[in-house]
Write a protein that binds this ligand. Structure first.
Ligand SMILES: [Zn+2]
Length: 336
């Protein structure tokens, strides 16, 4: 079995976007407008139609089996509005994912987004994580380390601010994929520079924290191949040494995993050369950031299974660990 641990619902019916636009227009006159949850009307047929020509078709074509499926990351939009905005938006987005997991239990396993708001506490994040895991059988979630959308106003991941969510992660045994949302700082391009910067930032914040010592069983996935981390592994090892930290293998590699959302063969070859196989989880992030066909190969950039299949350095056992075994270990609530 091939488990893709990173897919987003980027093809939701228009009604979801319309709900969000209504939220934004409510906020235009009053940034503290207190929303009601309201009703989002999308039929099962519309849900089916939204994935059958996209994620489901690509799963079949590319030969992957299951996707850990979460709401569209760039739409989490934690910078928008206030706590009530993010709470109801997240609930609706997560409920659509739940319905898809009920319609296609063999293809999709749920991952949620959390309500987060810059400057606010994490109580509603903890509550929504618990709801999605216990009521909807979700197995993971996306944690945004920069809910300001590119202004970096939140404390670093080692700060006690984040500990309520870490406690809940350990209690429920669910991993967090550390994933930012759309960027509202013009210095960054959302998927080109902001996502990859945030991945790199997350690793360094965890490295210079005691999170993995305070929560020995906690699990984080850093997406997009770990940002710049594998390529600059020597820098991070050297910094750990200079900062008198234990070697990275002891410090955080029992807790931190990288996915394979790296969209060319040399990048994947480097990832598996540098990072231990047991820390790598297969993922494609389709249908997502890069949707075109590579003119040099004739294949879709995000058809990452092809790169793992063609990676000469990996044994069949390694490939099986990356495709399935590691995901089952990290997403331990996933049923057989
Ligand atoms: Zn993503």
């Amino acid at each position: 079995m091939i488990i893709d641990c990173h897919g987003h619902y980027t093809t939701a019916p228009d009604a979801l976007g319309a709900y969000r636009e209504q939220q934004k227009s409510d906020l235009a006159a009053d940034p503290m407008f207190q929303h009601q949850k309201g009703i989002l009307t999308i039929s099962d047929d519309e849900l089916r139609e939204s994935v059958e020509g996209a994620q489901l078709r690509l799963q079949k074509e590319r030969g992957t089996d299951r996707t850990i499926f979460s709401p569209r990351a760039s739409w989490m939009g934690h910078d928008v509005g206030n706590e009530s905005t993010s709470k109801f938006w997240s609930e609706h987005c997560n409920e659509l994912i739940y319905r898809l997991t009920e319609l296609y239990p063999d293809n999709f396993i749920g991952g949620c987004q959390l309500p987060q708001t810059p400057g606010a506490g994490l109580q509603s994040s903890v509550a929504e994580l618990e709801r999605c895991v216990l009521e909807f059988d979700f197995v993971g979630f996306n944690l945004n380390l920069d809910p300001s959308g590119g202004h970096w106003t939140s404390p670093p991941l080692g700060d006690r601010y984040w500990y309520p969510i870490y406690e809940k992660m350990c209690e429920l045994d669910v991993p967090a994929m550390i994933h930012v949302s759309g960027c509202c700082n013009k210095a960054f391009h959302t998927t080109g520079s902001y996502y990859l910067s945030a991945d790199t930032v997350a690793f360094m914040q965890l490295m210079t924290s005691t999170v993995c010592q305070d929560f020995p069983d906690i699990k984080f996935i850093i997406p997009h191949g770990g940002g710049a981390v594998p390529y600059h592994w020597g820098r991070f090892r050297g910094l750990a040494d200079m900062l008198k930290l234990p070697p990275l293998s002891e410090l955080l590699m029992k807790n931190v995993f990288f996915d394979t959302c790296v969209y060319h063969q040399p990048g994947i070859d480097l990832l598996v050369d540098v990072i231990p196989v047991e820390n790598i989880l297969f993922a494609s992030e389709m249908v997502g950031a890069v949707r075109g066909i590579d003119s040099e190969t004739g294949y879709y950039f995000d058809d990452t299974k092809r790169y793992i299949d063609n990676c000469a350095a990996l044994s069949p056992a390694d490939k099986s660990a990356i495709f399935e075994g590691n995901a089952r270990r990290v997403f331990s609530r996933m049923k057989a």
